[in-house]
Design a protein around this ligand. Structure first.
Ligand code: PMP
Ligand code: GLN
Length: 400
């Protein structure tokens, strides 16, 4: 069955999100695996989409995005971060952040070029790097509980990854799956490496409005980085509309030229009426964004508090809608500790809760075997129902 698959896609299998959602549906497990809300996006955005369809916005959009959306995004970057972008020459609307990442890597890298990134990584990163013919060079975010602070990285190890073939640093903050929000000091360090090696930073900021501790600092606001950063985000997380797949990339004209050179032949343009509705979304008043963070903070605190009470090892994530939790205190049916994240994930499916085994987000999977990822972008009743099922987990005999 796999005989005809190209070499560049061999080994990736089926994405874990598809796998876990399929399993959850088949087995009747509560889906805290794939990161999508089990509630709907805001009425005012949906109304705007219906109105756009009724108004006849049914044909191809401009390749780089409908002018009012590009303009709204330019307003957004100014309003939120004081960043000045020209909507027409520096912002490209794509089919989700996923396409923005793919098009950017296609546009900026040649066969054999290197892309520095952190593991664990969002799973499309490595595949997108390979499809561009480039090579991932990976630094590991250390799990909490070591000697350093939570989810830190070894600066010398990162520095050692940069070399003459490095074209791109692919960064994600707030970070999926760890919930890490990169600090100013960390961003400045990475910016220094980008400048030193003339590297472009592709900064995936899809969780920019889901920060609970500290603040989101866009890489483009770090001194010298506006000119060498592609900032990527999307409507999905902020407006609980992951199925709309409206994303974008903001970058100076030379980088935008590269992105559009690829985007025009990947999707050309993305859904026109949804772009019109996206204008209403992006222009939402500050109260909308405040409420979003407040709602998600409650969900985070609920899930993290309950998981800790049940016996998981975890720290509250600073951002995103994911919580990573160690399961070292639980035992399998034979009273033994679980072998790895896959074994524990299988057990949780039996318990009735689907999660993500994060070792699939690593080039060195051994670093991701001691914890699992829970998504808390779910209604309170869903989270409570999942917690109720998790109560049956039993502690290892060495603890009990
Ligand atoms: N980047 C990260 C870090 C993500 O978690 C996701 C999520 N789903 C994406 C990109 C893709 O975003 P989109 O759905 O807009 O393509
Ligand atoms: N970003 C979401 C997650 O990390 C899922 C994306 C997808 O299903 N492709 O769970």
């Amino acid at each position: 069955m796999h005989d005809r698959l190209s070499r560049k896609l061999t080994g990736f299998g089926t994405t874990i999100f598809t796998e876990m959602t399929r399993l959850a549906n088949e087995r009747g497990a509560i889906n805290l695996a794939q990161g999508f809300p089990d509630f709907d996006g805001p009425e005012f955005v949906k109304d705007a989409a219906v109105a756009a369809i009724r108004a006849g916005h049914g044909q191809y959009a401009r390749m780089s995005g409908i002018p009012p959306l590009n303009a709204a995004l330019a307003r957004k970057y100014l309003r939120d971060y004081g960043l000045v972008y020209d909507g027409d020459t520096e912002i490209t609307v794509t089919s989700g952040a996923t396409e923005a990442i793919f098009a950017t890597l296609q546009g900026l890298t040649d066969v054999g070029d290197e892309v520095v990134m952190f593991e664990p990584f969002y799973d499309s990163y490595r595949a997108s790097v390979y499809m561009a013919g480039a090579i991932p060079r990976v630094a590991t975010l250390r799990t909490p509980g070591g000697d350093g602070p939570a989810w830190s990285f070894d600066r010398d190890a990162v520095r050692a990854l940069f070399g003459p073939r490095t074209r791109v640093l692919l960064l994600n903050s707030p970070h999926n799956p760890t919930g890490k929000v990169f600090s100013r000091d960390e961003l400045e360090f990475l910016a220094g490496l980008c400048e030193e090696h003339d590297v472009v930073c592709v900064s995936d900021e899809v969780y920019e409005h889901l920060v609970f501790d500290g603040e989101h600092i866009p890489m483009a606001t770090i001194a010298g980085m506006r000119a060498r950063t592609v900032t990527i985000s999307s409507l999905g997380k902020t407006f609980s509309l992951t199925g709309w797949k409206i994303g974008w990339a903001a970058a100076p004209p030379d980088l935008t030229f590269a992105i559009r050179s690829a985007h025009q032949f990947i999707t050309f343009a993305t859904a026109t009426p949804l772009q019109h509705a996206a204008v209403a979304a992006i222009d939402a008043p500050p109260a909308f964004y405040r409420q979003l963070t407040a709602d998600y903070r409650e969900k985070r605190d609920l899930l993290v508090g309950e998981l800790a009470r049940i016996g998981f090892d975890l720290l509250p994530p600073a951002g995103t809608y994911f919580a990573c939790a160690g399961f070292g205190r639980f035992a399998d049916g034979a009273g033994a500790p679980f072998k790895d994240d896959i074994a524990f994930t299988k057990h949780l499916i039996d318990v009735g809760v689907a999660v993500i085994p994060p070792s699939v987000f690593y080039v060195h999977p051994e670093h991701g075997r001691s914890y699992v990822r829970f998504a808390f972008c779910k209604r309170e009743e869903t989270l409570r129902a999942a917690v109720a099922r998790l109560e049956v987990l039993s502690p290892t005999s060495r603890e009990s």
